[in-house]
Design a protein around this ligand. Structure first.
Ligand SMILES: Cc1cc2nc3c(=O)[nH]c(=O)nc-3n(C[C@H](O)[C@H](O)[C@H](O)COP(=O)(O)OP(=O)(O)OC[C@H]3O[C@@H](n4cnc5c(N)ncnc54)[C@H](O)[C@@H]3O)c2cc1C
Length: 390
């Protein structure tokens, strides 16, 4: 049996950032990850970072490349009725967001972790958080067919929505809140220049679309699709045709198409588990909550959870105070629910719902029209989009 202060399950953004923050506070930790590093790096997911997330990456020495290669955005565009409207977020808030892919964030955090010589066990099978309702929690796992155990002070479940940590909590100790949306996002990644320097969110009668990017030469596009759709029904040509039909004429004309280098369908879901602490086990990131990607909040919430929890654990070790860990769940959930609300609101305003053909569609257009013409509404959208303060 080995020993550490904090055993972290999952080497996604939440686990890797938490591990680095704890390390900078002198708190030793081990990360257990089910997959290989290449598999983790191969998952194409989020791509928009709030300033607070970039600051946290800087605190752990993992933001140099993001500052060099990330694209700073000062606004977004909302398109409806065939017209694009720019929202100047920097004018409204003084803040910006950064385009920098989750794969790059993960790579930079992995590099920082291995440079610091910190332990990460990849391909750890059958990971089990144990005895977290006692003062002596443990985590067991199997590596190369051999069973291991880690004794620790705390366990943190950073193992995503389908992870083992939340599933190990007895049902009577946890409450969940969920909304499943009646559509998904079909996404394509292509080695083509973005159609526009900033993101374009489009409300269209054929369904929502989003033009985003990962760099000046790599684009990411999404179209709302049916939950019954399968990826093999969507050739690249069909995807580009559908996207063009949802864009205004000028944008469609400017769109540079090319072969997809990744294509996937993601269902949209809002989910929150309460609380985020169970004795000596905490949850952070997607293990505790999921938001639809419309608000670009999933990765950023994983970062704010890691921030709150690392400060709470520092207080526990440095000041011998449990106040931080006792307040973690409430503090994190307060920010989580605001991001859940914002992501739900963006989703509701921009997508085609089965029951909003008439009245609902008109309300969406009225809301969008109000939004782009009201200083107060622009300020509200902007301050949520760039990220609420920690
Ligand atoms: C298809 C998809 C597209 C997305 N697009 C966007 C987007 O455009 N914008 C946005 O903001 N967010 C997006 N998200 C959400 C964002 O990617 C997540 O919020 C973010 O990855 C959360 O980080 P995390 O570390 O909490 O969880 P994850 O990134 O899920 O990491 C969890 C880690 O735990 C590991 N793990 C799981 N089970 C175990 C186990 N039993 N034992 C050990 N390890 C385990 C997993 O392998 C994984 O590496 C998307 C998510 C998905 C799934």
């Amino acid at each position: 049996m080995s020993r550490t202060k904090v055993a972290i399950i999952g080497a996604g953004p939440a686990g890797l950032l938490l591990g680095q923050l704890l390390h900078t506070y002198g708190i030793d930790n081990i990360i257990l990850e089910r997959q290989t590093p290449d598999y983790v790096l191969g998952r194409i997911r989020a791509g928009l970072l709030e300033e607070g997330t970039v600051t946290l990456l800087g605190e752990v020495g993992a933001a140099d490349r993001a500052h060099r290669e990330g694209l700073i955005h000062h606004g977004v565009e909302l398109a409806f009725g065939g017209v694009r409207h720019r929202i100047d977020m920097t004018a409204a808030t003084g803040k910006t967001v950064m385009i920098y892919g989750q794969t790059e964030v993960t790579f930079d955090l992995m590099t920082a972790r291995s440079a610091a010589g910190l332990a990460t066990v990849y391909q750890a099978a059958d990971v089990k958080p144990l005895d977290f309702d006692t003062d002596r929690p443990r985590v067991s796992y199997v590596k190369d067919g051999v069973g291991h155990e880690i004794a620790c002070d705390f366990i943190v479940g950073c193992d995503g929505f389908h992870g083992v940590s939340r599933a190990s909590v007895k049902p009577s100790a946890i409450r969940t809140f969920e909304r499943i949306y009646p559509f998904g996002w079909l996404g394509i990644l292509s080695e083509t220049p973005p159609v526009s320097p900033e993101l374009i969110y489009t409300n269209h009668e054929r369904g929502f679309s989003l033009c985003t990017m990962r760099s000046t030469h790599r684009s990411r596009y999404y179209v709302q699709c049916s939950l019954d759709d399968r990826i093999d029904q969507w050739s690249d040509d069909r995807f580009w045709d559908e996207l063009k039909r949802r864009l205004d004429e000028k944008t469609a004309d400017n769109l540079v198409t090319g072969p997809s280098i990744e294509k996937s369908i993601a269902p949209l879901r809002s989910f929150v588990a309460e609380p985020m602490r169970f004795g000596r086990m905490f949850l952070a990131g997607d293990a505790a909550h999921i938001v639809p990607p419309t608000g670009a909040k999933g990765l950023n919430l994983a970062a704010s959870d890691a921030h709150y929890l690392s400060l709470a654990l520092r207080e526990f070790y440095d000041e011998k105070s449990s106040a931080g860990i006792d307040g973690y769940s409430e503090k994190a959930l307060c920010r989580v629910w605001k991001a859940v609300r914002f992501s739900w609101w963006m989703t509701a305003m921009l997508h085609r719902f089965p029951d909003n053909e008439g009245f609902g569609a008109r309300l969406q257009l009225a809301e969008l029209d109000y939004l782009v013409s009201s200083k107060a509404a622009i300020a509200s959208l902007s301050e949520n989009y760039v990220g609420l303060p920690y």
